[in-house]
Design a protein around this ligand. Structure first.
Ligand code: RFL
Length: 403
């Protein structure tokens, strides 16, 4: 500020919950809270257009579909087609179809890309009169261990704001401000670097008949639907590889080899990214009146499609806990939030780790060595031949396991 200029006064406001971040976690928390009449303000640092175009997850698992249905929101917020419940494993070119629906009554998973869910949650929340502010800056959290925390920020027009609330929902992902506000030593971070890199590519190219995981001596590859005319592909690569090491011709050649599909149809590549597979859990998921929700608390390696679905699970538990507190003065849900979330988080970390190891170890034996390659192939063989193993796998894929 130049000398002589006066900073405008801070605008004060009060609400029940301040939600930081308008990704899947934050928007779900906000929508569920509005559903039960609890007021909240959502603060997002990016623009609406930026948030709406982030493409990542592709499947809303059965448990999450049923969660939205239980709030009367499924038709409003879920797009995409129903998933037919079949996952293809292709091992050295040989196809194995695995049923990943558990056969229970009730709606199953949906092929609903993350950006479609975000778009629909945003539209529904705003149509319902929700308070959602984009392009906020300098968000800071205060008095989290007191009775009335305050969240300060600057709105897009530069004005300073302070919102006092009963609870803060930290839904701002792995690099947000919420978790970093928690004093050193309160949270324990459990981390695992899988030592594996992935190239991921989005392309305007025909989706596969079923989500496809391919294991071969050339390395792991996968092909997932992301709409009627688009696909997401994954290719195992060295963990320090960069996207520019993968020009289009190399991508399509590697996919055709690893998917054992010389006729695979190419299309324009719209996004290309490399990243290391890593897993991370923060324990507990709470500090005073701050509750961490989704990626702010945990990262799951993408294998098994659990990251966004866990965010939706946390959001549901948090919204129910606040509802019980406001409506019935019952704090059981708030007290048990972290413990209950972490039980499912570790359950899904285990599944994701199992599947990550299996599909990578079973392939290129320079990766894990011949012993672990045989072990991983034995696991796949069991999955393809034992109905009990297939049932356990389906239970984990749907998220309908008891954890
Ligand atoms: P997000 O989506 O990161 O949203 C956080 C939001 O917070 C905002 N933010 C702030 N706002 C205000 N002030 C600040 N200081 C802020 N700092 C950050 C950000 O701008 C953003 O809008 O976290 P959330 O909501 O917890 O959702 C989690 C999911 O996005 C994530 O778990 C999934 O994308 C993970 N994931 C997948 N999950 C699945 O369930 N199935 C999949 O198939 C799947 N595929 C993937 C994935 C993640 C990938 N990446 C990131 C490596 C594929 C990939 C490539």
């Amino acid at each position: 500020m130049a000398a002589g200029e006066h900073e405008s006064a801070e605008v004060s406001q009060s609400t029940t919950v301040v939600v930081i971040g308008a990704g899947p976690a934050g928007l779900t928390v906000a929508s569920l809270l509005r559903r039960c009449g609890v007021d909240c303000v959502v603060l997002e640092r990016h623009s609406r257009a930026y948030v709406a175009q982030r493409q990542r997850a592709g499947i809303v698992e059965s448990r999450a579909v049923r969660m939205f249905a239980s709030w009367g929101l499924a038709d409003l917020v879920l797009g995409g087609a129903p998933h037919d419940g079949i996952l293809e494993f292709r091992v050295d070119g040989e196809s194995h179809l695995v049923d990943d629906s558990d056969g229970s009554a009730g709606p199953g998973a949906r092929l609903c890309p993350q950006q479609v869910l975000v778009h629909k949650l945003t539209a529904a929340h705003l149509a319902d009169g929700g308070d959602l502010r984009y392009e906020v800056a300098d968000v800071s959290l205060h008095d989290l261990t007191g009775d009335r925390p305050t969240v300060r920020f600057r709105s897009a027009d530069g004005a300073r704001h302070a919102i006092t609330c009963a609870f803060v929902a930290g839904c701002d992902g792995d690099h947000g401000v919420s978790r970093s506000t928690v004093p050193e030593g309160v949270l324990t971070a459990h981390t695992l670097d899988h030592g594996i890199g992935w190239l991921t590519v989005l392309a305007d190219a025909p989706p596969p008949a079923h989500p496809l995981l391919a294991v071969s001596s050339h390395g792991f590859a996968a092909h997932f639907p992301r709409g009627p005319h688009s696909s997401r592909y994954y290719l195992q690569c060295p963990s320090d590889d960069r996207p520019d090491a993968w020009p289009d011709t190399r991508v399509w050649e590697a996919l055709r080899t690893r998917l054992a599909d010389p006729a695979l149809i190419a299309g324009p590549i719209t996004d290309r990214e490399t990243f290391r597979l890593r897993s991370l859990v923060h324990d507990p998921m709470q500090y005073g009146r701050l509750f961490l929700v989704g990626d702010a608390a945990h990262i799951v390696s993408p294998m098994g499609g659990k990251g966004m679905n866990l965010a939706l699970y946390d959001a549901d538990l948090f919204a129910r806990a606040v509802r019980d507190h406001v409506r019935d003065q019952d704090d059981t849900g708030l007290r048990t939030y972290s413990r209950r979330c972490l039980r499912r988080v570790w359950n899904d970390q285990e599944f994701s780790h199992w599947l990550t190891r299996t599909v990578h170890d079973a392939g290129d034996d320079t990766h894990a060595g011949p012993f672990l390659r045989h072990v991983a192939r034995a696991r796949l063989d069991r999955l393809f031949t034992s109905p009990t193993a297939a049932q356990a796998f389906a239970e984990l894929m749907t998220g309908l396991d008891p954890a």
